[in-house]
Design a protein around this ligand. Structure first.
Ligand code: N01
Length: 493
């Protein structure tokens, strides 16, 4: 094993989720060994380590849920369950011998750019200090649970926990469980807990568009085929890739998604015969405005006599349960919050100080913005993976991560080739880019489709999505344009 970096690495990566791990692999392949990865927990995996709720899995097809350079021939299902994805990440970390670069239980709590040395000073919760030339923030877009301030929340006598912080010490057998939220997490967990619980009440604020999940086991014949003929796996992967690209045009021209909308309504009609319940589950906003859900077992779960849907708003928590706006008390033993993640300004609580003392909060006072979701004016040598407006469509996040990782490696190489110690996106370039981006997004169903979702911030702007297909993002980020950046060395200024 080569010598592993100390406190002054060339690159410091934060997070060992799919983004951080992919970044580390591509650095190694580019010949860069002087880097460290900080990980706040004691294991790798990011959201796939943290989310362990019953039924947790991926709603992107498993064939597209691996790095292109590290295909996984062992998926057991067309949509991989969480434990398999976590195993995959662990295996990749092992195969690429990344462990020596990772500092576990090292939570980065402060990032400050030193204008004199063109290095970042990164401090951890334990008081360690690193001085990397460049930082790659790969801590993900969906890692801060959204815990609403429900009135009287602390008065409830039973356990209350978020889907991303599942409390496995709580046995749901024979319990009355209240689940708040019917997004991707809620629809996955409700069918799974229904068997054990005495009763599940599902609190829905807004119905979602739900498409059937075409899940099935991957047969052993297919697995053998993938192992023997990698080309066969590529055919599956290509099919999955284009399936995920397909709905994107419909986000800008909703009529193109008429067939998908019909499929969603058809499933609803087939699985929910009661017209009253069906009406409650039928969205009134444009298809695709909120992230489309994939589930074939959520509606059937709602048919069970021991599962019920509550559509009255949550008014308050009491000692015994949840009181809704109509005054009814829904008694419960356990409350599960499937209420999503804080996404409006995901760095709101982070201490990130860029050039000339600029904080990320000041830079983003009018909303999160970046250049292709990776660089932010005022923050030299600071790269984000899955930063503002670089995800949120329908394509596998792995495809977008690979595009970003390649781009960042190229930026670092550009610095090296030019003898620069500082790379910063030009303010006017970022501004023009965001004017173009929001011009397109404002016409999309995400903004004009009549719903509220985690894609939008408090100003109503979409701060998450790339306004196009994965392919268009890949094309746009194939090579960084030197003229978009200010590149300088300490001696060049
Ligand atoms: O969160 P969500 P999620 N009172 O924001 C409701 C990824 N993911 O964790 O729609 C009452 O979608 C809220 O209601 P409304 C994926 O990208 C991926 O489910 O705002 N209800 C909604 O129903 C996904 O999009 C996988 O009216 C409240 C729910 O809580 C993202 O994570 C699996 C409320 C939140 O839904 C987030 O999904 C799981 C309140 N105060 C997650 N506040 C994969 O398979 C919120 N809600 C890859």
């Amino acid at each position: 094993m080569d010598q592993v970096s100390g406190q002054d690495p060339n690159v410091l990566i934060v997070g060992t989720g799919l983004a951080g791990v992919g970044m580390a692999i591509k650095l190694l392949e580019a010949g860069e060994k002087n880097f460290v990865i900080l990980e706040k927990a004691d294991g790798v995996g990011g959201v796939w380590r943290e989310n362990t709720y019953p039924g947790c899995g991926c709603d992107i097809m498993s064939m597209m849920y691996s790095y292109s350079f590290a295909p996984n021939t062992d998926w057991t299902r067309m949509y991989a369950p969480q434990p398999e994805i976590l195993d995959y990440i662990r295996r990749v970390v092992k195969d690429y011998e990344l462990e020596p670069y990772i500092r576990f239980q090292s939570e980065a709590v402060s990032y400050e750019f030193d204008d004199t040395s063109d290095r970042w000073v990164v401090r951890t919760a334990d008081g360690d200090e690193y001085r990397p030339r460049a930082v790659v923030a790969a801590h993900g877009a969906l890692h801060v649970p959204n815990i609403p301030e429900f009135k009287g929340r602390d008065t409830f006598k039973g356990p209350v926990f978020h889907s991303a912080q599942w409390d496995h010490s709580v046995d749901l057998t024979g319990k009355r469980v209240a689940v708040i939220g019917t997004g991707s997490s809620g629809v996955q967990l409700v069918p799974q807990i229904a068997d054990a619980a005495a009763h599940v009440e599902v609190f829905q604020r807004t119905p979602h568009w739900v498409l059937p999940k075409l899940d099935r086991p991957v047969s052993t014949v297919e697995q053998r085929l993938f192992k023997a003929f990698p080309g066969a796996m590529k055919i599956y992967r290509n099919a999955a890739f284009w399936l995920h690209e397909a709905p994107v045009a419909g986000y800008f021209h909703p009529r193109l998604n008429t067939l998908l909308k019909w499929m969603s309504l058809h499933q609803l009609k087939k699985q929910v015969p009661d017209p009253e319940l069906r009406a409650k589950l039928t969205p009134s906003y444009t298809f695709g405005c909120k992230r489309i859900l994939f589930s074939s077992d959520f509606y059937p779960a709602l048919q069970r006599p021991d599962v019920s849907l509550v559509t009255e708003g949550v008014e308050e928590f009491t000692e015994a349960g949840i009181r809704t706006a109509d005054g009814e008390l829904h008694e419960a033993d356990v409350v599960v919050l499937g209420t999503g993640f804080a996404t409006g300004n995901r760095c709101a609580d982070e201490h990130i100080i860029g050039r000339d003392g600029l904080s990320i909060q000041q830079a983003w006072r009018d909303g999160m913005q970046a250049y292709y979701g990776m660089t932010v004016a005022g923050f030299p040598n600071f790269f984000m993976i899955m930063g503002p407006n670089s995800g949120g469509g329908a394509q596998s996040i792995l495809f977008l991560i690979e595009s970003q990782v390649r781009y960042i490696v190229q930026c670092l190489r550009m610095m090296e080739d030019r003898g620069s110690t500082r790379l910063e996106v030009r303010d006017e370039v970022q501004r023009e880019f965001n004017t173009w981006l929001h011009g397109k997004l404002d016409k999309s169903v995400w903004v004009s489709g009549g719903c509220h979702s985690w894609f939008l911030d408090h100003t109503g702007r979409n701060r998450q999505s790339w306004p196009g297909t994965g392919t268009s993002y890949w094309r746009a980020t194939r090579e960084p344009k030197a003229e978009a950046f200010e590149l300088s060395g300490a001696g060049q200024r």
